[in-house]
Design a protein around this ligand. Structure first.
Ligand code: FAD
Length: 400
């Protein structure tokens, strides 16, 4: 039986393993972290095309049970003036909408689903390098161990080591000049429409909130940070540092931001944002190594598409391996099916982040121009978002 080595047990890795199993390919996942790592993180907007990818391989059910469905998105400026309101996307034939969910829950659930299907996940295995062997590939890990397989998939995220092994000259991730922080507040009364995510282009900081049906609220903020913070700066920031800074940034703006910051359970932490615009070489050209997910094409969170794109990749790569005459052909076909779409999404996400980090002049222009775009999107009932969220995978059909 063909054996795949999957590096990374984040979002793409476990789903790829399940998809491969369904096409008769055995795999083992090697994850650098430990099984009970606190992979806490932001809440993510899990868009409908991500669920479509899971549905293609029978994995949607358990994920449908987490998070909160979101129908609409609205925008206000710092003064609270509405800039527009529109559906997250038009209605898909399957009725699927976007779901706001904790990133950590999605990770845990996908790993659990893979393990339930007998897929082995080895934790504490940090991939450091790989060599081609006569019949496949040998992966090396930081603990000195090795593993042999027919091919290796780098699902090891934006700072991918596999990407460097495939192409030592590969571009580094690009810093996006906004940080991320946020969380969930139980029992928090918020005057906001149901199932609507409200986004505020604040005077100094982008801030967002959504009322949840269980009487709580999800929120996030993207404080601007023009230069990439040095290593250790963010991890050195205390809860009080975050709160005080965010309060300063949101002071004077209309809306619930200050109340949210007062009520948000701590400790607040934050993340830097990167994206990965163009990775020239997604595979080694020899059918031994290939990249999927953020390792190949990370988008900034503004697109709300990182997870969904990674899942599309996982399922489509399995389809290619099932239908192509060799792994080399499968990797080429995979790239030809994916590159244009994901690079367009990365560019879209980057434009969104740039708007969040606008300076005073750009802010005036942005506030004048955005309502025109939002009005257009509202008029078309979300059809203009369907290139993102309307994506459908027919897993049974043969890839071209
Ligand atoms: C703050 C924030 C907000 C986000 N918001 C959204 C959103 O709203 N919507 C959305 O769709 N996406 C969002 N994303 C992006 C989304 O989380 C990623 O696109 C998605 O996780 C990519 O999946 P992946 O499997 O490719 O990589 P990851 O989920 O990053 O998984 C990579 C895995 O590889 C492991 N690994 C790394 N290096 C090695 C190594 N050398 N050896 C072994 N294992 C290794 C890591 O530990 C990790 O488990 C957000 C991300 C962040 C940080």
């Amino acid at each position: 039986m063909t054996r795949a080595l999957i590096i990374g047990g984040g979002i793409a890795g476990p789903v790829l393993a399940v998809a491969l199993q369904s096409v008769g390919i055995d795999s083992v996942i090697y994850e650098r972290g430990s099984v009970d790592d606190d992979r806490r993180g932001a809440w993510i907007s899990f868009q409908a095309n991500g669920m479509d990818a899971l549905r293609a391989i029978g994995l949607a059910g358990p994920v449908e049970g987490i998070g909160y469905e979101t129908d609409d998105i609205s925008f206000v400026n710092g003064k609270g003036k509405p800039l527009g309101r529109m559906p997250m996307a038009a209605r898909r034939p399957d009725g699927q909408t976007s779901i706001l969910m904790p990133r950590a829950d999605l990770y845990a659930l996908l790993a659990e689903q893979a393990a339930d299907r007998g897929i082995r996940i080895e934790y504490g295995k940090e991939f450091v390098g790989a060599e081609e062997t006569a019949t496949g590939v040998r992966s090396r890990f930081a603990d000195g161990s090795t593993a042999d397989g027919d091919f290796l998939v780098g699902a090891d995220g934006i700072h991918s080591r596999v990407r460097q092994v495939i192409d030592p000259g590969a571009a580094a991730p690009r810093y996006v000049p906004v940080l991320n922080t946020g969380g969930y507040i139980p029992n928090f009364s918020l005057d906001a429409p149901d199932r609507e995510f409200v986004m505020q282009f604040g005077t100094r900081c982008f801030f967002a909130w959504m009322k949840t049906p269980d009487g709580g609220a999800v929120w996030f903020a993207n404080p601007p940070m023009p230069k990439e913070p040095a290593k250790g700066v963010l991890s050195g920031m205390s809860d009080a540092d975050w709160r005080n800074w965010l309060r300063e940034l949101m002071a004077g703006d209309a809306g619930p931001a200050l109340d949210i910051l007062d009520a948000a359970p701590g400790p607040l932490t934050g993340w830097t944002t990167y994206d990965m615009p163009v990775v020239e070489n997604w595979h080694d050209g020899r059918g031994r190594m290939v990249l999927i997910g953020d390792a190949a094409h990370a988008t900034s969170p503004s697109a709300g598409q990182g997870a969904a794109m990674s899942l599309e990749d996982a399922v489509i790569l399995a389809q290619c391996l099932r239908d192509c005459s060799s792994t080399a052909r499968a990797f080429e076909t995979f790239v030809s099916l994916r590159r244009e779409r994901v690079e367009k999404i990365v560019a879209y996400g980057h434009r969104g982040s740039a708007r969040k980090a606008a300076g005073p002049v750009a802010r005036v222009i942005r506030d004048a121009i955005l309502p025109i775009g939002f009005r257009r999107a509202a008029r078309d009932g979300g059809e203009s978002m369907m290139w993102l969220q309307g994506h459908h995978i027919d897993f049974a059909s043969k890839v071209a």
